[in-house]
Design a protein around this ligand. Structure first.
Ligand code: ADP
Ligand code: TZD
Ligand code: MG
Length: 585
């Protein structure tokens, strides 16, 4: 006997025979449309295949992936780029779990995202009777997300979706899990009654204004600063308060340091950017304004010696719990960045906050020195090709096309690209983020292309690329303008590590001779192999001009790169074991 399908088990008992009917599938799609969800990223299977079909038939764009993590990462990036929750759709148990990595990562990055997953029969799951893809998904999701909800009755679908979207987008954005059991999708109800259960969110992410006295406290501290500094984080980019931020920075003259995804909020060549004098700026600043940036590991927790131990922090954040997490916050400003800066501008007297010239000049002088040093390094063109040479070529090509989105992951491939490739417009750089996660590459690239229609260049370490490489097929299937550029140094960090026993390749070794360019050709995309910066330039120029899917495999010196890139200090020390050959420095 085969198991009854969700539709066969659907209850129609309460519905009069002549009434027009609807079902859970339709109500989910209607609720999403009513709330302006126009794209779903997912992988189909029982019990959500018909949900994806119906969504597509009703005009929601459905992007089908090869693995749920990548679909989830795409939804997260869509949320970040559009300031509306990205939606991922997964099947029960394993599909759900594959997607959960991305949902947890979205939560960590404060990106608004909803993962909707089908789930198995509740009564079988709860008694652990061994259903197909059995799992208590609601409980499993709970520790990793901003919130997790389950819809248990067809008449609650509208409420469940509204609640999930609202939770993802309001306050500090994050990942929300919404569990919809198969039986609920297959349940039937009167169409008119069903329509009444749906609602459109009013003001999904309300503005949050700071208290005037909190703003005055911050103004007073800033007015007395001798070496003020602003740190722009990805929360500032997400806030889409670009004009306000520019006005605040430029009217006060305060130097700023952008975190990686805040690059481009103001163009990287802005005279007040202290990105190229970062260590000096952090070490000496006496008053620091954190604008949508957490004092986490990426900012050394605000601790000496990287920071001035006497620095006072002013933190602008929408999440009150964030304050004092690492350092005492002298002036907490809880609210959304747009509103906080608006009130701050209103309450600041003309000329009250001005960055002293001596400080600006000190940073500018250091910047000039560092830029000159970098220019020297970029000029060198050794063979075999180094990261710098390949990435300078990428930089120069995309500089001509500032509308290009940059996606970036890897270790050295990430750290060096972040420094070399300057950004000119806000929210055009997407990277490994707060967790430093590998695997976001193709998902983020697909979302950037789908959501904006603009060209995307994904700069990938060869290891990093492997986590989502099969999505090249997705990129080709949807004919997306994504050019993947692989920094192929034949390994995790480096390609020249040795296993002293000479039995197997070392733990960090990958195939240096791998031809990633041939992979994309299998799906009809255009592959290039580049062994010199000039070849990178030619390939990328041609690929971007074509507007179609392409991949450039860059042959990088296997001895280029350092273990763990710029975060080697995070490796636990232990005792150095003499007979193990570490990666050469
Ligand atoms: P980065 O990694 O770039 O330093 P983080 O992800 O650590 O940035 O910090 C982003 C911060 O921005 C989070 O603490 C989040 O609560 C906050 N945030 C997100 N959106 C807003 C907003 N609209 N207004 C104020 N703060 C925001
Ligand atoms: N798994 C996941 C999901 N995230 C991770 N960050 C890692 C593993 C560990 N890891 C890093 O932190 S960077 C990296 C791994 C596997 C890959 C580095 O190699 P690469 O870059 O080829 O991508 P470079 O240019 O060779 O340094
Ligand atoms: Mg590598």
């Amino acid at each position: 006997m085969t198991a009854p399908s969700a539709l066969e088990t659907a209850s129609t008992a309460d519905v009069p025979a002549e009434a027009e009917l609807t079902d859970g599938y339709h109500l989910v799609v209607d609720a999403l449309k009513l709330n302006d969800v126009d794209t779903i990223y997912g992988v189909v299977g029982i019990p959500i295949t018909d949900l994806a079909r119906l969504a597509q038939a009703q005009g929601i764009r459905y992007i089908g992936f090869r693995h749920e993590s990548n679909a989830g990462h795409a939804a997260a990036a869509a949320g970040y780029l559009t300031k509306r929750p990205g939606v991922a759709l997964t099947v029960s148990a394993p599909g759900f779990l594959n997607g959960l990595v991305a949902l947890a990562n979205a939560t960590t990055n404060c990106f608004p995202m909803v993962q909707i997953s089908g789930s198995s029969e509740r009564h079988l799951v709860d008694l652990k009777q061994g259903d197909y893809e059995e799992m208590d998904q609601l409980a499993a999701a709970q520790p990793f997300v901003k919130a997790a909800y389950r819809v248990s009755r067809v008449e609650d679908i509208g409420r469940g979706i509204a609640r999930a979207l609202r939770t993802a987008i309001s306050g500090r954005p994050g990942g929300v899990y919404l569990d919809i059991p198969a039986a609920v999708l297959g349940s039937i109800m009167d169409a008119e009654e069903g329509a009444k259960t749906l609602s459109r969110l009013v003001d999904p992410a309300p503005r949050q204004l700071p208290a005037p006295e909190a703003v005055d406290r911050a103004i007073e501290i800033l007015a007395g600063a001798r070496r003020p500094l602003v740190v722009l984080g990805k929360g500032a980019a997400y806030a889409q308060a670009d004009e306000r931020i520019r006005e605040f920075i430029e009217s006060t003259g305060i130097p700023y340091v952008p975190m990686s995804m805040a690059k481009g909020l103001l163009p990287d060549n802005h005279p007040q950017s202290a990105a190229t004098a970062r260590s000096l700026a952090l070490r000496k600043a006496d008053v620091v304004v954190l604008l949508g940036a957490r004092l986490n590991w990426l900012l050394n927790h605000g601790e000496a010696p990287q920071w001035n131990p006497d620095a006072k922090f002013i933190q602008v954040d929408i999440e009150p719990k964030e304050l004092d997490s690492n350092q005492p916050i002298a002036a907490p400003l809880v609210g959304d960045i747009e509103s906080v800066l608006e009130v701050l501008a209103e309450r600041t007297k003309p000329g009250q906050i001005t960055a002293p010239t001596a400080w600006r000049e000190e940073l500018a002088a250091r910047s000039a020195q560092n830029v000159a040093k970098m220019a020297e390094r970029l000029k060198a063109d050794p063979h075999p090709m180094q990261f710098m040479g390949a990435l300078k070529a990428v930089r120069d090509v995309v500089h001509e096309r500032p509308e290009t989105y940059i996606v970036n992951e890897g270790a050295n491939a990430l750290d060096i690209a972040r420094n070399v490739i300057d950004m000119q417009v806000p929210r055009h750089r997407l990277d490994s983020g707060t967790w430093g996660v590998m695997g976001i590459g193709m998902g983020y690239a697909i979302a950037a292309a789908v959501e904006t229609g603009a060209p995307v260049v994904a700069v990938e370490g060869d290891s990093a690329f492997g986590f989502s490489g099969m999505e090249l097929e997705t990129i080709c299937r949807y004919k997306l303008p994504v050019v993947t550029v692989i920094m192929n140094n034949g390994g995790v960090y480096r390609g020249d590590d040795i296993n002293p026993l000479e039995t197997d390749p070392s733990p960090t070794t990958l195939m240096l001779q791998a031809r990633h360019d041939l992979m994309i050709e299998a799906f009809g995309g255009k592959g290039y192999r580049a062994t010199t910066p000039a070849e990178v330039t030619a390939a990328l120029t041609e690929a971007l001009a074509s507007g179609g899917p392409a991949l450039i495999d860059c042959a990088i010196d296997p001895s280029a790169g350092t273990e763990s890139g710029h975060i080697a200090h995070l490796n636990p020390k232990g005792i150095t074991v003499g007979n193990i050959t570490p990666a050469k420095k």
